[in-house]
Write a protein that binds this ligand. Sequence first.
Ligand SMILES: Nc1ncnc2c1ncn2[C@@H]1O[C@H](COP(=O)(O)OP(=O)(O)OP(=O)(O)O)[C@@H](O)[C@H]1O
Length: 274
Amino acid sequence: MLRIQKLTKRFGDKTAVDTATLDIDKPCMIGIIGRSGAGKSTLLRMINRLGDASEGQILFEGRDVTRLKGREKRAWQSDCAMIFQQFNLVPRMDVVSNVLHGTLNRRSALATMFNLYPMEDIHRAIDILDRLGIAEHAAKRAEALSGGQQQRVAIARALMQDPKIILADEPIASLDPMNAQTVMEALRRIHEEDGRTVIANLHTLDTARRYCDRVVGMRDGRIVFDGLPEQLTTGVAREIYGAGADFSEAATSTEIETLTRTEGPIREAEAAAL
Ligand SMILES: Nc1ncnc2c1ncn2[C@@H]1O[C@H](COP(=O)(O)OP(=O)(O)OP(=O)(O)O)[C@@H](O)[C@H]1O
């Protein structure tokens, strides 16, 4: 389905992503972890073509998307919708209009300028908001919503594109634990119910373990781990993050676990081992 082959990105002397290779043969939910500067955002941005690769290939269903231009490139960007840590909504615009912005790629400039949306799209936007539990806020300005609600609006906007892949760059990094849980559950449901692939950069191991089928670890631009959540042991985590004295698993926690407590003793033991 999606095959990333020896993908490299250089910024001057700096190699941000170094010959990254990743094969995704069926829809799944992947968490990418690694310390700040490991290359996680750069990798996602290359997949979406927000940034061009220096070398390597991205093949989607056999087609090289690194070479697409113009309309075809925009179509690919619709197929792999991106959501960001800071939501990137238009704060003063109402929620449903923000969601309808997800259709921009396939609308005329004139329709966009005058905010003309087909009724069918408006209904679909409201259905998606309803699915994400925020339809009651459809008429409010985006800025009036909590962070977690705003991120769900951003997910709704992404779903308007009917993407095959959702790329989420630190989707919960700005959220409190309760909102983080709601957003991660929404992404998980979208994967399970719709069969969409979700690739999320996550700064917390516990989130990756809890919600993802597969975890990819990056260090200094390279993929140094690619496996199942249960293979992500403390030793492996230490390698991914570097064995520096500044690393502790507790510091990578969103504390989502405090909401359920089930993993408490395991995590405490892990933290102690570090
Ligand atoms: N536009 C750019 N110009 C120059 N260097 C860049 C640029 N974007 C990223 N880098 C560098 O590439 C490396 C990887 O950055 P990237 O943002 O992909 O890491 P990350 O793992 O996503 O980190 P974080 O978790 O802090 O977002 C870093 O050293 C960063 O400084």
